[in-house]
Design a protein around this ligand. Structure first.
Ligand code: F3S
Length: 397
């Protein structure tokens, strides 16, 4: 790879050990993927924040980098293993909390903005079209490339941190025009509405075309919340880092010749696959993390009601703060539902605590089952609230 003088100096250790180590990671990655050079990034989002995933080896690695590493660009974090303030009420142990806080402290020492969220675009980490960035979280990567039109590969935690400490990423993959073109046209032959249905659509497309960029036609409208749910699902079930929705997303692409269709029956089949035989004991909204609009919706639905099941609302802390000022937090907490900021029902170490998760998220269903061994049911947010309040028996979409 061709390095500039400044990059070569960073690689030689002129800016300290953390930068030197980071350059080693970026150069190795670039060589593996055939990048000719590095490119400047304007923002970073780092995954692998939960102590549950990192363990002591990860914690030591971060502490080592924190000795002399300082981020060069705006950098935020993916969800951690617990609500950093309200961890006790959510049932975390002190041992886990201490380790998780040490992880966050190391990131803070490096100058990372320690807001832990998979929707960084709601809290000010929102790149502009065509800017190069280095993000890790798969749902955020799909949203970033497709909805914001910025450019990022799906980084691992260490490579994203290396980009934060150097302000660079290798120029390959999603950073290059030729890899961003749609390869398959997808004709959606049924109306899609609601986050759970957009999640089902993401699964059907992802399973059919894997990680190929898609050009989707037939969707009349899609809200930000529906797009984040769709992006999370297509990334989970197919591994895609970019999609196009005709008339909705901003990027331009040649329209591909290869085409497939998605039918109403396929969407229904996907939804039916998330209807395990179980009694819901855990309800969660906010995968990916709730927007302010979703918090308003949940607050309206919960107003004057009491939940009878464990109900987590997961969101970024700054979004909760905004919701607090608007009175939504009080309404939600008065019902007995709990905010789980900084974390979610997947990355939190709650395996064994619950048996049956109800969520509106296709991604939440996948990882709830795969990581936490939950049985799962998918529902609209309206019906999740009814389920949490004991107003429904069985499964309704
Ligand atoms: Fe975010 Fe957790 Fe879902 S990180 S996308 S809420 S699995």
């Amino acid at each position: 790879m061709q390095l500039t003088k400044q990059e070569q100096e960073m690689a030689d250790g002129k800016e300290g050990n953390a930068v030197k180590k980071s350059m080693e990671i970026l150069i190795a990655l670039g060589e593996i993927y055939g990048a000719k050079n590095l490119v400047d990034v304007t923002s970073v989002q780092i995954a692998g924040v939960s102590y549950d995933n990192l363990g002591d080896a990860g914690l030591d690695y971060l502490a080592e980098l924190a000795k002399d590493g300082r981020v060069k660009v705006l950098t935020t974090l993916n969800p951690a293993g617990m609500d950093l303030e309200n961890w006790e009420a959510l049932g975390m142990t002190k041992e886990f909390a201490d380790k998780q806080k040490a992880v966050i402290d190391s990131f803070a020492q490096m100058g990372v903005k320690t807001t832990c969220t998979c929707t960084p675009y709601f809290i000010g980490n929102k790149p502009e079209q065509d800017q190069h960035v280095a993000w890790s979280e798969s749902s955020a990567v799909a949203y970033c490339n497709s909805v914001l039109g910025a450019r990022t590969n799906r980084e691992g935690g260490p490579s994203a941190l290396a980009s934060a400490l150097t302000g660079k990423t290798p120029l390959y993959g999603m950073h290059l025009d030729e890899n961003r073109n749609a390869q398959v046209k997808v004709n959606v032959e049924t109306e899609i509405k609601g986050t759970q249905n957009f999640g089902a659509l993401g699964r059907v497309i992802g399973e059919k075309i894997k990680n190929k960029p898609s050009y989707i036609v037939g969707i009349k409208e899609a809200s930000v919340e529906e797009l984040k749910s769709f992006g999370a699902s297509i990334a989970t079930y197919g591994g895609a880092a970019i999609f196009y929705m005709e008339g909705i997303t901003p990027n331009k692409t040649p329209i591909p010749e290869e085409s497939i269709t998605v039918t109403k029956e396929e969407i229904e089949k996907a939804l039916a696959s998330w209807n395990d035989d179980c009694e819901v004991d855990f309800v969660s909204v906010g995968c990916p993390h709730c927007s302010l609009k979703e918090l308003e919706k949940v607050a309206k639905l919960l107003s004057g009601k009491k939940v009878v099941k464990e109900f987590w609302v997961t969101t970024a802390r700054p979004i909760k703060k905004e919701a607090e000022e608007l009175g939504y937090v009080k309404t939600i907490e008065n019902s007995g539902a709990k905010f789980a900021c900084d974390t979610c029902c997947v990355v939190s170490p709650i395996k064994g605590r619950f048996k049956c998760l109800a969520t509106d998220s296709a991604k939440g269903c996948y990882y709830g089952a795969a990581k936490n061994n939950f049985k799962v049911k998918i529902m609209s947010i309206e019906n999740l609230v009814k389920e949490a309040c004991g107003e429904v028996v069985g499964w309704i979409l």
